[in-house]
Design a protein around this ligand. Structure first.
Ligand code: ARG
Length: 663
């Protein structure tokens, strides 16, 4: 029977082998993992390598096991006849007629043959989640873009997805602007343009707070450095060790001390920079002197807000909508929306009951006045209420889990948050488990830092972290230049008006920025470079969008549409190796999406798209489309072109990236 529903080929092959494996072992999962895409096309398209391992288990020759299993497994509708190779490899080559039938079915399917999951789960995805009132910076783009891509992909695969922007709208940053408002406000500026005035207050107060904190921290760090330096001297003055092992150990000790000294020195430098930022500016130094306990007083303003102080609460209500408007502008530009935006403030009333519940269940204990949850496997406990009665980030996160559980009954909650919060999430998940959430998958979908080309966290020349809007503007303006240069190089091309070009540049620029982020394994740091992200050749959105537009231009030149080609009886045939390779790659979208789903890593999809664009390019070089020898061949190739364009467009859309019809 021809399987007319195109689907995940790998999953299909596994399902075919499963019965024969199940009849031999109780849990064939690890054996099924040994069915893979072939490393080298000369061994076919897929390989089943389980016979070596299974042979050992069964005490039989792997070749015999492979031959027996292949004999019991129905494959001839999918694959060409095959021999068992070497010690027991089963090399599978898909039949061209089967491939062509799958592709043909995809031509009339909006979902390109990707089936919805038969096991839908409910996912709450917590992403973006900036601390409002602070300007958004480049780090926020990672959470926003990765979270949005996962949301779109999981939803497309048939899961129930709930996005929740867990805004930091209740923290110390509000203490800072409230303090700033009470002491440094420019009411007229606020009325004219509230957000810049609030950020000015935030920046001013945080600079003064950092100044105080740096002054307080400096002596301890300096003392530590002095100790290390003494240690280094001692180590260096010791006579060389007699035996090799001891010498190696001494060298290691020295290197370690030197490293520690180096990072302490860096810490001192950074503290001194913060101190100099205030002391180097006479006006600011004067302000700092007049507000010598600002760090304490900012905390006090935050505490008053949390305690329901009328004045602070009113200010918070006045400020918050402006802060929200500000981030909405960025989301609009990024084309990101949320189902819910329940910020930290939403959970305020739930914090005390959460702590009480932990105490009542015997899960939290008083330790020197603080309420602590002691977790198996962790040295330090998780504090859920401080000595002064204040609740913490962890308390809010526990209340959030409780709320999400009651409201949405999720199977999984994904937290798309910087890897620097790993500790927090490990403890949070452990505590939630003790609290009865063992049936919810809690996953920290962590990501690395955005670096500048100097390898350090991405900053502007003035040393500030880069504001997100400026970044988007710059990407769009660079994209405009790229689109112009393509257009200029091609006199018979579209020759866009300035306005058309600007519209294209918005899609290309924002797409480039998102793709650059998504195409990295999220756990690595990635280096931010406009040049690289907008490169016309390489693993970029620009290359993908350009490939898409080029395919579309073929249809314009042919003065036809995919629907017309199908109506004229167009059939996909795979007559050339490059057509076949493109065809298989087109059908592998389902496999790519399955890996994104399994690991919450969107870069599997970008890698797939890049491979697809490469297969297309080889096809295009080798197989004339408009000048194909026969109408049948031309129609078949046009349909392959259309599938390529639609696959690129669907793949990009799952990443939150648009396409343009011409560029
Ligand atoms: N607002 C936090 C920050 O900017 C991130 C919140 C992530 N989500 C959560 N449920 N903890 O660091």
């Amino acid at each position: 029977v021809l399987n007319l529903r195109p689907m995940n080929i790998l999953a299909l092959l596994k399902s075919r082998f499963a019965p024969a494996l199940k009849s031999r072992v109780t849990d064939p999962a690890s054996l099924l993992e040994m069915i893979r895409v072939a490393q080298d096309a000369k061994f076919g398209d897929y390989q089943a390598n389980f016979a070596m391992s299974l042979g050992k288990t069964l005490g039989k020759s792997p070749r015999d096991v492979a031959t027996e299993i292949a004999g019991e497994t129905q494959l001839d509708d999918l694959c060409l006849p095959f021999d068992v190779a070497g010690p027991g490899f089963i090399n599978l080559k898909l039949r061209d007629d089967w491939l062509a039938a799958q592709l043909q079915a995809a031509t009339t399917d909006d979902r390109l043959g990707i089936e919805k999951t038969t096991k839908p789960r409910t996912f709450v995805i917590d992403y973006s989640s900036p601390n409002v009132a602070k300007p958004m910076h480049v780090g926020h783009i990672r959470s926003t873009v990765i979270g949005d891509a996962l949301y779109r992909t999981l939803q497309f695969l048939g899961h129930k997805t709930i996005s929740d922007n867990h805004l930091g709208d209740w923290g110390t940053q509000f203490g800072m602007i409230i303090y700033g408002w009470k002491h440094f406000a420019d009411a007229a500026a606020f009325t004219a343009r509230p957000v810049p005035e609030l950020s000015r207050l935030y920046r001013l107060v945080s600079k003064l707070v950092e100044y105080r904190e740096s002054l307080a921290a400096l002596p301890t760090v300096q003392q530590k450095l002095t100790q290390r330096q003494a240690e280094i001297k001692t180590l260096q003055s010791q006579p060389a060790a007699a035996d090799k092992a001891a010498a190696k150990k001494a060298a290691q000790q020295l290197a370690q001390a030197q490293n520690q000294a180096k990072s302490l020195q860096e810490e001192i430098d950074s503290l001194q920079t913060k101190i100099a930022a205030v002391e180097g500016d006479p006006q600011l130094a004067k302000t700092a002197a007049a507000h010598s306990d600002i760090d304490q007083r900012v905390l006090a303003e935050t505490a008053k807000l949390h305690a329901g102080d009328a004045e602070n609460l009113k200010l918070w209500h006045d400020f918050l909508p402006h802060c929200r408007d500000e981030i909405q502008r960025v989301y609009k530009r990024l084309n990101v929306t949320f189902d819910h935006e329940l910020g930290e403030s939403f959970y305020h009333d739930r914090l005390a009951p959460v702590v009480e519940d932990f105490v009542a269940r015997g899960l939290a204990k008083d330790s020197q006045g603080a309420m602590c949850v002691f977790l198996p496997g962790f040295e330090a406990p998780m504090i859920i209420r401080k000595k002064d009665g204040a609740f913490l980030y962890s308390t809010t996160d526990l209340a959030t889990i409780q709320y999400r559980r009651e409201t949405w009954q999720p199977d999984a909650i994904l937290y798309v948050v910087d890897h620097r919060q790993s500790d927090h999430f490990e403890k949070l998940f452990a505590a939630a488990k003790l609290w009865g959430c063992e049936n919810i998958q809690l996953a920290h979908v962590k990501f690395g830092t955005v670096l500048g080309e100097d390898g350090r966290p991405y900053k502007t020349r003035s040393g500030d972290t880069v504001g997100l809007e400026g970044l988007l503007d710059e990407a769009v303006s660079k994209a405009n230049e790229v689109v112009k240069s393509i257009d200029d190089a091609n006199p018979t091309g579209p020759q866009f008006s300035a306005e058309q070009r600007q519209n294209i540049a918005e899609t290309v620029g924002i797409g480039a920025l998102k793709y650059a982020d998504l195409s990295q394994n999220r756990e690595s740091d990635y280096t931010f470079s406009y040049e690289k992200m907008l490169a016309m050749n390489g693993n970029t959105a620009t290359y993908m969008q350009y490939s898409y537009a080029r395919v579309r231009s073929i249809f314009r030149k042919a003065e036809t549409t995919p629907a017309a080609v199908l109506a004229a009886g167009g059939k996909i045939v795979l007559s050339h190796p490059a057509e076949r390779a493109l065809g298989i790659q087109l059908l592998r979208l389902a496999e790519a999406l399955a890996t994104v789903e399994a690991e919450f890593r969107p870069h599997y999809l970008t890698t797939y798209l890049f491979d697809l664009a490469k297969s297309y390019s080889t096809f295009f070089e080798n197989c004339p489309v408009l000048k194909a020898e026969t109408t049948e061949l031309k129609n078949s190739r046009l349909l392959l072109c259309d599938l390529t364009a639609r696959t690129i467009s669907l793949g990009l859309s799952l990443l939150g990236i648009g396409v343009v019809e011409q560029m």
